[in-house]
Design a protein around this ligand. Structure first.
Ligand code: SF4
Length: 292
């Protein structure tokens, strides 16, 4: 059997991938809005354990095409270990097309472009990077442990290594007070990074971290309503002026309504859809179905 230490998370687009847990938890684990790995202490699984999982999966699911390396920042592993895992995956799954993982900006900053290129050659073709906001003020208030300079530099290194990057933003992260700032600054950082994929989630605060989030925010935090979230999204999209194509998805379970667009080609159409939604709150997914 594959060994998993729960809870295990993966991006929605990795639904058909083999999830291989190579690290446990998140090496940072201090973002005030994130409760995903609070129950775990960061650990790296031994190469023997990882290979045993790969051997089992290769016997049970020999036709695997995609593998997602969990948990929160598998890219924190040193490059030699990652190469050993990637080599073993390629020899175990003859049809393997892509390996991906979450990455924090600090993981990327700690690796050279040459190391990232080597990982790309070995099969690590895609990284999911939580940038959350393009505002340094908000990143500080939510104790992200990264600033825009580091995020831009880290993403650039991944792109220079020809790795596909999927960046994530969190709608509502600045609350009502900083909603416009969050939207405009986030659009600005996207215009600089121009990721291959962009996903926008809606802020959800688990009960276990609400107090901590509010105290670290250091001032009154007012959550956005669904209407506010869509207004914020509208300002963000209005200010995204990318030249390189970005596949933009706002289809996470936390969002009021699933949306997607190819930017810039479908920008005006997306703005029209958001305007329609702003006039039709009856179309929003009920909050209880979104984990709120
Ligand atoms: S780096 Fe990612 S996984 Fe880790 S605490 Fe922050 S948001 Fe959560």
């Amino acid at each position: 059997m594959l060994t998993y230490i729960d809870p295990v998370y993966r991006p929605p687009s990795e639904a058909d991938s083999l999830i291989l847990q190579v690290t446990i938890g998140c090496s940072y684990n201090r973002c005030s809005f994130c409760a995903m790995y609070r129950s775990k202490r960061y650990e790296e699984r031994s190469i023997e354990e990882i290979k045993a999982d790969i051997d089992y999966a290769a016997k049970e699911y020999p036709n695997i095409k995609r593998v997602f390396l969990a948990d929160g920042d598998a890219l924190n592993l040193n490059s030699n270990t990652l190469v050993e895992i990637l080599d073993y995956l390629r020899t175990s799954f003859p049809n393997l097309e892509r390996v991906s993982s979450y990455a924090m900006p600090k993981n990327l900053l700690q690796k050279s472009v040459e190391e990232l290129k080597m990982l790309r050659e070995k099969g690590l073709k895609m990284l999911y990077i939580g940038i959350e906001s393009g505002s340094d003020l908000i990143l500080r208030k939510v104790t992200k442990g990264a600033n825009t300079k580091g995020i831009i530099e880290g993403c650039k290194k991944a792109k220079d290594a020809d790795i596909i990057i999927s960046c994530m933003l969190i709608l509502g992260l600045g609350g009502k007070k900083y909603s416009t700032l969050h939207a405009i600054e986030s659009a600005k950082i996207i215009n600089i990074i121009e990721p291959d994929y962009l996903a926008a989630l809606t802020l959800y605060l688990d009960d276990s971290i609400k107090d901590e989030f509010c105290s670290k925010f250091e001032e009154q935090f007012e959550m956005l309503s669904d209407q506010d979230v869509l207004e914020e999204l509208k300002v963000m999209v209005q200010n995204i002026n990318n030249k390189r194509k970005i596949i933009f998805r706002v289809n996470h379970a936390s969002n009021p309504y699933p949306l997607k667009a190819l930017l810039p080609d479908e920008k005006e159409e997306l703005l029209r859809k958001i305007d329609t939604l702003l006039k039709s709150p009856e179309l929003y997914r009920p909050r209880f179905l979104r984990g709120f």
